[in-house]
Design a protein around this ligand. Sequence first.
Ligand SMILES: [Zn+2]
Length: 254
Amino acid sequence: MSCADESDEHWSYNNPSTWPDHFPAAGGSCQSPINVVSSETVPQQYPPFIFSPSYTGLTLLTLTNNGHQVAATLKKDTESETQSDLWITGGGLTDTFHFVNFHLHWGRNDRHGSEHEIDGNIFPAEAHVVLKNNETGKTAVLGFLFDIANSPDKENAQWKAYSTAASTLINIGDTVDCMINMSQLLNIEDKQFFCYIGSLTTPPCTEGVIWTIFIDTITILEDDLNLLRKNIMRKVYRPVQPVNDRIIYRNQVD
Ligand SMILES: [Zn+2]
């Protein structure tokens, strides 16, 4: 994930193993993404996620090609009205977290693209919703894995809107506005998830990030991923990092 402020930093997805040379945190012991080994996860009771009512309406977002990905942020001139309304609490989030951005990671073909792996399984794409607790400054990320839709009517319409708009942003710095229903974009009711403490997956790779990885996949058409591969970047993901002695939790579902 990215907090979208690093666009002028010099790093690329061609050589993630060199990131620690310039960004020391990237060489830390609690990095993301990881491969989640589900049999080694620890069950835990979590309160249900609660999304602010604005999630069910349309949100006006600005998509920006920041040179590393296409991040969707609240459109600037509406920020004052809507910023405080898009919040999430519950799950592994002990407090209220506000929306910062969402973006997609993908690979050069459908065998690559997700940052997290589950039991060694790689998915063709992974979305991140970046959240921030304005009081503590803590960052949380919700991660969503994708499968390829086998027909257009099976594709999540909001991700189609994102990928269609995003794929027009051919040059770094290009922006376009887009209306998104955040609730339909995330569609996370009753989903199972994993929770652990990791890092940003883009430089500076700061640690202390609360990660929630949802197990149920979202669907996207291969054609839409191909548009992003062709028009934006061939691949946009960091390989998995060592888990070390971290505990990965899963929500206990009765
Ligand atoms: Zn990300």
